[in-house]
Write a protein that binds this ligand. Structure first.
Ligand code: LLP
Length: 430
């Protein structure tokens, strides 16, 4: 199985976190997002334990864009991780979930004055500053506050990660951050050091997402630490924190490798320690910002099969009751997924079809060319590894209501997000 929380029971039905998914589909309806709470917690602990073990000071920070709703922040809070937030909406959701914002890192390449004020007023611990204009906005908004605003500067180290273009963010020409190569990173560092309201805690980079190259984080840390050493030599600035961003890849299909995150963190630690010694730097507090690798394999989406269309000599379609509105990732990135017919999990796979959604759009494909046991109307299709960037990227296109999110834990299930109703869809229409 693609992940150890997926199985098959004596009825031949697919199970997730030990529970029969066909029963869950019956109980809650479809489309339905399932989340395995224990898996989320296990993934958090993998980062927390490895970072605590291998660094003097470190904090994993959950990139909440991967899955943002109140129950997620509660779990992250209980597991002792910080959060990466990218909008006032994420900040507000975290606050309402009772999370302290001391360890919140506020990202975004374009924070409006309102965003900056909102974050400062509500005590967001850190800004991850993208550009000089943002520094000025913080300098203005923080006047009158007794404490300086802690910031990390987002820098682009100039690394190409060879993942798909849309999530490749560490290159010099990225819309994010200030490039080291062009001298803009030095400029913004100098500016931050001069500002009265700014406490420069360190530097941040995020190289890409769905990264499998184990040396990406080593190359990233090397470029960042060499830059820090240069800033120390020129301006006497001693780096306190270094964030390497997120990005560890997740296994969506059997052909992809599985990353041993703990072993990778150990390797990064050894590398950082050696390099700091060589460069005469103190080992900074280390931050990592995993999103996908915290929640992706904790998720599964269930759909009910509707129309099955066979076009002789061409292809077959299996239409399901969701689609790009709850999972736009194939439409956007051509992302791969593993699928099952959940009520036929032990039957031979002999029918090849595109599994498509119900939107008025030919690109509304969940996955092309999947070979499954031939389903009939009413069967349940399960798409695995959908915990990251599915619910959080869902839309109401075609006025389709978003599915519920149901958490599974120790044989029990509970709703973390309820299904949108038709009235929810017209709630803001005047
Ligand atoms: N930190 C920063 C600054 C980021 O921009 C991101 C993701 C992360 C951390 C978390 O990266 P992760 O560990 O999840 O790879 N919607 C796309 C992914 C976009 C990633 C955006 N940034 C997808 O569905 O694949």
């Amino acid at each position: 199985m693609i992940c150890n929380n997926i199985g098959v029971n004596e009825k031949g039905n697919l199970t997730f976190a030990g529970q029969d998914v066909c029963e869950l589909a019956r109980k809650y309806g479809t489309p339905l997002y399932l989340m395995d709470e224990e898996k989320i917690r296990e993934n958090c602990r993998t980062y927390k334990n490895a970072m605590d073990a291998h660094f003097e000071s470190a904090l994993p920070v959950y990139a909440s864009k991967a899955a943002s709703f109140m129950r997620m922040y509660e779990i992250i809070n209980e597991e002792g991780l910080g959060i990466d937030v990218v909008s006032v909406g994420e900040i507000y959701t975290a606050m309402k979930a009772g999370m302290s914002l001391e360890n919140a890192y506020f990202h975004s390449n374009n924070k409006t004055d309102y965003d900056v004020e909102f974050a400062i007023e509500n005590g967001v611990g850190y800004f991850v500053v993208d550009n000089e204009e943002e520094l000025y906005a913080i300098e203005r908004s923080n006047k009158g506050n007794p404490a300086k605003q802690k910031v990390l500067l987002r820098l682009t180290p100039g690394i190409d990660t060879h993942t798909y273009e849309a999530v490749n963010t560490g290159k010099v020409d990225s819309k994010f951050g200030s490039a080291i190569e062009t001298g803009q990173a030095e400029e913004i560092t100098r500016l931050a050091l001069e500002m009265e309201e700014i406490e420069l805690m360190g530097f941040h980079c995020h190289i890409g997402s769905q990264v499998f190259d184990s040396d990406t984080f080593l190359r990233g840390s090397e470029i960042m630490l060499r830059f820090a050493a240069e800033m120390k030599a020129k301006y006497g600035y001693e780096l306190k924190e270094l964030s390497l961003g997120g990005g560890y890849g997740v296994k969506y299909v059997e052909s992809e490798p599985e990353i041993d995150i703990a072993a990778n963190i150990k390797q990064v630690s050894a590398y950082v320690h050696n390099l700091c010694a060589e460069l005469g730097l103190q080992v900074p507090k280390m931050i990592m910002e995993p999103g996908r690798s915290i929640v992706a394999d904790a998720g599964m989406t269930l759909y009910t099969v509707g129309t099955i269309k066979q076009i002789p000599g061409y292809k077959n379609y299996i239409s399901i009751d969701g689609g790009m509105t709850d999972n736009p990732r194939y439409a956007l990135y051509g992302s791969e997924y593993t699928l099952f017919v959940a009520n036929k999990a032990t039957e031979p796979a002999d029918f090849t079809a595109d599994v498509v959604g119900r939107c008025c759009e030919s690109g509304d494909i969940i996955q092309p060319d999947v070979t499954l046991p031939k389903p009939v109307r009413g069967d349940i299709v399960a798409v695995c590894t959908t915990g990251a960037y599915n619910y959080s990227m869902a839309s109401n296109y075609n006025r389709i209501a978003r599915p519920a999110v149901v958490m599974l834990n120790e044989g029990k299930s509970y709703q973390a997000v309820k299904r949108e109703s038709l009235d929810d869809l017209i709630m803001n229409d005047l």
